[in-house]
Design a protein around this ligand. Sequence first.
Ligand code: NAP
Length: 540
Amino acid sequence: MPDAGRYASLMTLVACSVTVDRPDLVSPALDRAQGAKADGADVVEWRIDLLAKLPDAGGAIQRLLRESPLPAILTIRSEAEGGAYDGSPIDAARVLAAAIVCGTPPRFVDVEAALLRDHRASDAVHAALAGVEESRRPSLVVSLHDMAGRPTALWTELERMWSDPVCHVAKVAWTARTVRDNLEAFEVLGSRQGPTIALCMGEQGVLSRVMGAKFGAFLTFARLDDEEGTAPGQPTVRELVDRYRIKAITNRTRVYGVVGWPVSHSRGPVVHNAWFGQMGLDARYLPLPVGPTWESFKASLSELIEHPTLGLAGLSVTLPHKEHLVRFVQERGGARDDASLAIGAANTLVIDQESRALRACNTDALAGIESLAEALARASDDLRGLRVAILGAGGVARALAWACANAGAHVVVINRTHERAVECARSLDGRPGKRGPMRVEAGDAASIGCGCFHAFINATPLGMKDGPAPDESPIPDDVALDGVVVMDTVYVPERTPLVQQATSRGARVVTGTGMFLRQAALQCELWTGTRPSTISVQVS
Ligand code: NAP
């Protein structure tokens, strides 16, 4: 396998995929490529899956190549490999061959490994390449895609690509079934025998698309802001360049992330990457979707933590894994902070960089109590004399119940499944708190309207975008809220139905954003020793 010569780069290139289906779409496609260039892309991938099938496509393809504002990869992706081309290999090869010998050939031509196994198609591509002088000859990206999952013959195919004298860049891409697939993509990059692209598709593959840069990926793909990607899970060019600062990723870059199911709604990557950038830290924060079971959590965390070169340094942990985190750290002999021990749920994993010792912490509790106390104009460790209703009995509810009761408030937990509220109250009531024995009881739905609460806290997902009931509020319309503090923990969107309802009915409202930023800043402090300013970032 030759190296990519003039195209070899120490830095991972960012390629923006632009689909061109018909000749009349060439002009807008060129505009899009200009946009990608302005956003920071290095290369444009012209996806001509459908255009290639049209009998009169030659002129349109040549115009794309002639006017391309960025070095181009020309790609015809077959249906079998996740594209839209349903023609024969020889017809695809002829279109590619015509582009190779035209006056302005692309820098790269993507040829599927399967196409090269068709002798006529392979001969057509090779003959075209042989007819072009070396300085203008496109480099071949030999590719293999598997939409169903990791290709069974992954390593055999790679060996074949790496040993093929016409393959300049080997590309393998498959749909990640778990976040652990990304680690095998990194293993491919670490074992490479020439320029290589190895990435995982789907939501669970974002790690490979970004952190492949740490392992020497030749190139990664992105989409434009306003366009669906050509492959699921593709970040936008701006996300790669600005949010993830991909050009500055080094082999020492530390990795953080958010583990949950789902995590696509999380604003953690926006906020933490902005702080890392402001602090000049060589660290990145990625979404890490991990399936909902304890087994998935344990297996994924174990592999991520133990990976010898990934450099995982800490995690945020969200639904439904907060209790799993406490169990995981306990099983591994790690430490748990007071809040996690009292609550049985944690949202932060700290990994000591030298000893690799683990610590589970709960920053929801402190962040929640700080936000609430601010609205009540009270010190966060003294809520004596106040009655607080907590709606929900999950991880966040328990964290807030503990924090409020610890500060001396009388807490009533109200939950859809009443037994969980009873369980939550029983686990905290009477235990020693900062202001004497904690007072926590379970209430039923009717108690919401008793008129005796100074504050309500929503700790259910009601009102959350893409949640179980995005249009619902947990507080019935006839409950008086005038002068009461209403705090929503849901922060996407910021103006939830509850926030709107409480604002219009005279409550003092605390949105979930304030709490979210506080708990994130506390996490950052646990990981880096520095508490960033919550006003230095925008959540969305
Ligand atoms: P969790 O452990 O899954 O608990 C969810 C709670 O909500 C449970 O008590 C559950 O009741 C209840 N619930 C779920 N669906 C419901 C429905 N359709 N109607 C009524 N009740 C319902 O979740 P969590 O970790 O505590 O998180 C709760 C919320 O907090 C999340 O939605 C998230 O938006 C928010 N949050 C905010 C921050 C922040 O920093 N602002 C941080 C973390 C989480 P059952 O017991 O009956 O199932």
